[in-house]
Write a protein that binds this ligand. Sequence first.
Ligand SMILES: Cc1cc2nc3c(=O)[nH]c(=O)nc-3n(C[C@H](O)[C@H](O)[C@H](O)COP(=O)(O)O)c2cc1C
Length: 319
Amino acid sequence: MKLDFAPMEGVTSYLYRNVHAACFPGVDRYYSPFIAPDGSGRFKGAALRDILPENNRDVQLVPQVLCGRAEAFLAVSRELAAMGYREMNLNAGCPSGTVVPKHKGAGMLADLQSLDAFLDEVFSRCELTVSVKTRLGLESTAEFPAILEIYNRYPISELIIHARDRAGMYKSAPDLAAFAGAFSTSRASVTYNGSVVDTVSLERVLTVAPTLERVMLGRGAVTDPALFRVLRGGEALEREELREFLSRLERAFLDAGLGEHYTISRLKEVWYYAIDKFPEAGRLHKAINKARCLEDYDAAVSALFSSGLYDASAAFRGR
Ligand SMILES: Cc1cc2nc3c(=O)[nH]c(=O)nc-3n(C[C@H](O)[C@H](O)[C@H](O)COP(=O)(O)O)c2cc1C
């Protein structure tokens, strides 16, 4: 089974990816959080740092682009090709209320004629291999057969299906029946995505798609960074492994010059998910969230790790 790490804006930056790869080798591909081109055709600042090849030497990275205009997408593809990338990913799944009305992300699924025109332009001119990360629809997963008919017209290298509609945001139960239908009719090879957090949830997906070969893990892997190993039959995440991972992450943020406050806020994003390894940790999680300086943050984390609440088998609980 091939296992990829999902893009998660605000969490899986290059610093996170590198520390993760060093501590938990075995991820097949990492996807960058989306890059939204500003029209200049050039990457800048944090977006540039995130995909610079020298910042991603030890990981297999697929850069992802969020963009509704073929011209802008193609401009980015040229920039990525110049950096040595061979593949890029189109985001057709972002559910954000600031993105969808602009016909980007999951908003690309609103008008299938425009989607078709976009893909036609991209696939006739793009030098890179293009994969697509999509939802099953905007308002309903019943929209997907018509959407897939469009995708099936193009040589998409991989169709990553987040098995929810946009209306379900990150909360609705993945629609496994709709996924199974898509899996059997997609021309492109398919990756499953959505709420795989442990072996039980993976089994549920494999029941409807027994020949599935690739799965993408998001929140479940931020809660349990050893999930890739666990799903391949390896050992559960040990408490000390998690402590070491988080402390290396803290060091990596500081060494990269992120500064104390920004480092703490980035770590709190990770803790939003990782806290699920400590059931009933309400008060101790609050102490982490209240920390304003590294001394308080480190003390709160230490208290949590000494609390005896750690549960190696606990998984992301969904919210
Ligand atoms: C905080 C957060 C940020 C995300 N950022 C991105 C992103 O940049 N690009 C993208 O395609 N999906 C993004 N996603 C969606 C995830 O990649 C994934 O599709 C979704 O979380 C479902 O998978 P999971 O249940 O394994 O987490 C994000 C999700 C979350 C919760």
